[in-house]
Design a protein around this ligand. Structure first.
Ligand code: UD1
Length: 424
């Protein structure tokens, strides 16, 4: 299993391009199931989660042709997905268990094919992560759903528009229901919808395909169902979590970086915290520059659905707080069991106490390199940040978690002057 060896202590400096957003690309790839005409998607990040989903879609009968390979970092691949031969509406356990986002095939399959068998998801080990809201919404649209032997089995002749109010804010749940509603008969209204920018990017793509989605980005999304969707082209938005992760890496090492091909527009909560921590930031239309102070100040945070502070950045901010001046309280309100990085950060010398869903981080003057283990995608990112700021070498085991969500991470870190090498 690959490991990442990082020798810390060098302030990150320089410029890198940010890649397309994993969490936008995944639902958009699933949107290809909604039409028999080709969907061309550009700026697809080269990630294991994307490869897994493409494999799943191919098994269902989607023809995938890669028409463009990235010529420069951040540009991503271009693929054309043609679901005219869709014939096997099944997402099997062996693929779904490695990536929960496979559940995003449920809504589109049901809407266009009238049937879907999707394994209950696995993915990051960060809590129970049920899909009851996806099921409840589809049932409200007239689907018959049973759960047998670990599979969700859904059938419908043609889905019918409905008013759905989700009990909690769910990102992939909102995306699944929007996709299902595009081909339903009549209007669907989703209340308490997730407002995440990736939902908006999906809605843009769907509208280019002929769907009638309005209100994405607010908590009420309306979808006027149409008979058919058609061919379209879409370019995936920049990855806001990757952007935030490199900003934290620069902040933790006392560095100065410029991130290009990104957008500050979706990152207000993260940028505010970095400013509170004492960083200087300059925001351009598609670039962000951060210059860190010699020592950061501790920042409290509480995760919540967008536009509040994202749970996907909690672990990275835990890492920067480990070395900051003062004490920070971090509250995780989205997922239970999302503090698995704590034990690993403690191995590097961090002073963290966990009590239920909150952690108290007392900044220490220095961290020291040690062997650690990646436990989930964003937890791995926090270990990379801590390792970059620590004295000496840290070996991070199980970095397949990082490969799920960070494109060319070692190359990008090396470009910023870090010592980061993949080893067997
Ligand atoms: C998405 C993101 C993930 C991010 C998360 C929260 C993708 C591919 N993944 O995951 O990176 O961390 O949003 O911003 O976009 N829940 C239920 N019932 C449901 C659905 C969700 O109880 O039917 C709960 C979950 O267990 C969790 C909370 O709702 O506690 C939010 O989960 P959700 O927004 O659905 O996360 P994902 O869409 O899986």
């Amino acid at each position: 299993m690959d490991k990442l060896a990082i020798v810390g202590g060098t302030p990150l400096k320089g410029e890198i391009a940010i890649s397309g957003a994993k969490n936008a690309a995944l639902p958009i790839l699933c949107a290809s199931l909604l039409t028999a005409e080709p969907l061309e998607i550009s700026r697809l990040p080269n990630l294991n989660d994307i490869a897994t989903l493409l494999k799943l879609l191919e098994q269902m009968g989607v023809r995938v042709s890669k028409t463009g390979q990235a010529r420069q970092p951040g540009e991503g691949d271009t693929a054309v997905l043609d679901a005219s031969g869709l014939h096997y509406p099944v997402a099997p356990y062996d693929l779904v268990k490695t990536m929960r986002a496979s559940v995003l095939t449920l809504g589109p399959l049901l809407a266009r094919y009238g049937e879907a068998r999707v394994s209950l998801p696995g993915g990051c080990a960060i809590g129970a992560r049920p899909v009851d809201q996806h099921v409840k919404g589809l049932q409200a649209m007239g689907a018959e759903i049973t759960v047998e032997q670990g599979y969700i089995h859904a059938r419908a002749n043609r889905l019918k528009g409905a008013r759905i109010c989700t009990d909690i804010v769910t990102v992939t749940g909102t995306e699944n229901l929007i996709m299902a509603a595009t081909l339903a008969q009549g209007e669907t209204i989703i209340e308490n919808a997730a407002r995440e920018p990736e939902v908006v990017d999906l809605a843009h793509c769907l509208n280019r395909m002929g769907a009638r989605v309005s209100g994405a980005g607010s908590d009420v999304v309306r979808i006027e169902g149409v008979r058919k969707l058609h061919a379209a082209q879409h370019r995936v938005m920049p990855d806001r979590v990757e952007t935030g992760t490199y900003l934290c890496a620069a902040a933790a090492t006392g560095g100065s970086v410029r991130l290009t091909q990104t957008s500050a527009a979706c990152l207000d909560a993260v940028i505010d915290k970095l400013l509170d921590a004492g960083c200087e930031m300059s925001l351009e239309r598609d670039a962000i520059t951060l210059t860190a102070p010699p020592r950061l100040k501790a920042v409290n945070l509480r995760t919540a659905p967008y536009p509040a502070f994202p749970t996907d950045m909690q672990a990275q901010f835990m890492a920067i707080n480990c070395l900051a001046e003062g004490t920070a309280t971090i509250r995780e309100t989205i997922f239970e069991n999302r503090f698995m990085h704590v034990a690993e950060l403690q191995r590097l010398g961090a002073d963290i106490q966990v009590d239920g869903n909150h952690a108290i981080v007392r900044g220490v003057p220095a961290l020291k390199g040690a062997p650690v283990m990646a436990t989930d995608l964003r937890a791995s990112a926090s270990l990379v940040i801590a390792a970059l700021a620590a004295q000496g070498e840290t070996r991070i085991d199980r970095i397949y978690h990082l490969d799920r969500g960070y494109e060319h991470m070692e190359e990008k870190l090396t470009r910023l002057g870090a010592s980061a090498h993949r080893t067997a």
